[in-house]
Write a new protein. Structure first.
Length: 140
């Protein structure tokens, strides 16, 4: 089996992604969809605008401020974790697509190198830049 055949059958092509997500991934995607809307941002700004004067109006109620500060810290922490999940999955998908493009370009350059020998060095440089040889040797 040639290196090209190995790459084409390794299951890493973007078209072979099944799209099945875990429950956590689906939940993270739903939260991402919810909090990335403009109205959610406006809602957050309104909360801050309503909350900020409470320092002046209710200076003696430290418990209220502690509750608000703790709640916002917890929500922020959880949202960052969920949004990182969706960002990592998006980055991985983009990387797979870029690898597939580089792989296809490398194969095309290999085929054209017979007529244009200067492409052989460019092809080797491309393969080294994206680590195609490393993935091929790991698949054997």
């Amino acid at each position: 089996m040639t290196a090209t055949e190995v790459r084409k059958h390794d299951g890493e092509m973007p078209s072979s992604v099944t799209g099945k997500l875990s429950i956590f991934d689906r939940f993270a995607s739903a939260v991402n969809e919810f909090v990335s809307r403009p109205w959610f941002f406006v809602f957050c700004v309104l909360l801050v605008v309503l909350w900020a004067p409470s320092f002046v109006v209710l200076p003696s109620i430290d418990t209220w401020q502690l509750i608000i500060n703790t709640a916002t810290t917890i929500v922020t922490f959880l949202l960052v974790a969920l949004l990182q999940n969706t960002q990592k999955r998006a980055d991985d998908a983009v990387q797979k697509k870029l690898n597939a493009i580089a792989d296809g370009l490398s194969d095309l350059m290999d085929e054209l190198a017979g007529d244009h020998p200067e492409l052989r060095d460019d092809c080797v440089e491309l393969r080294k830049a994206v680590g195609l040889e490393d993935r091929e040797s790991a698949e054997d």
